[in-house]
Design a protein around this ligand. Sequence first.
Ligand SMILES: [Zn+2]
Ligand SMILES: [Zn+2]
Length: 261
Amino acid sequence: MLNSNRSGRRAKRLIKSGLDLLFPPACPFCGKKSNDRTGLCLDCGAKYFHERQMSCPRCGQTVEFCNCDCDFPHISRTTVGGKTHMSLTFYTGSGNAEAAGRVTEQMILSLKNNGHHAKFFADELSDTLFHLFEHSEYTLDEWILTYPPRSLHNYLKYGVDQSEEVTRHMAKNLGIPCRKTLVKEAGGEQKTLSSEERMVNAEETLLPRKHAIVRGGKYLLFDDIITSGATVMAAANLLYANGAAEVFPVSIARTLPKEPR
Ligand SMILES: [Zn+2]
Ligand SMILES: [Zn+2]
């Protein structure tokens, strides 16, 4: 049984590498041959790693250390490895044309619209978290992954809950559980709202799932992008209000702070 499984897998791998030779997987941005880890070609892969190093126009820090324009770090009382409460990999622009040309911008868009690159982003964040926890007083296996889900309406519209996809891959990487602790009622999409409207919308439409939040639990709270911080704040407040001991927000990207005038 084991043997036939193994030879089945080998056959599948052979077929796949044969197909890759005949029809090399294309980079989603430029159509050139992609390398297998990122799904990007070498050029776009290099651009991605360059974009990861982008620094804040105000304080010059990379995203993990910058606190400009953000009123959300206080939601988390957790300090991991002496860092400011969040795990992020890079900045995302604020919707201008220059930002639209970025590989990371395109990847996040196709994550939101189609659930693409979920494993890639999960791998990136898992690496960051492993590294953070290695130098902290915590051990990763005390933590539970969770996320503010998409509303049923948006789940049906896009056919995917991108946060759930990323969280599931992260749970596998990190060897910790992933739990659905929150539900999202139909409300406006956050992206069409002003920041005050976002806060009200997030608070009104996010609810705790009955008996799903563990008293004294430590939560890694994943949200794909932090724009105003409203969703992550509302979710963290609900977790704390229902007995969570710690909430550590984990995000792929944060909107770049505006340059000082
Ligand atoms: Zn490319
Ligand atoms: Zn800054």
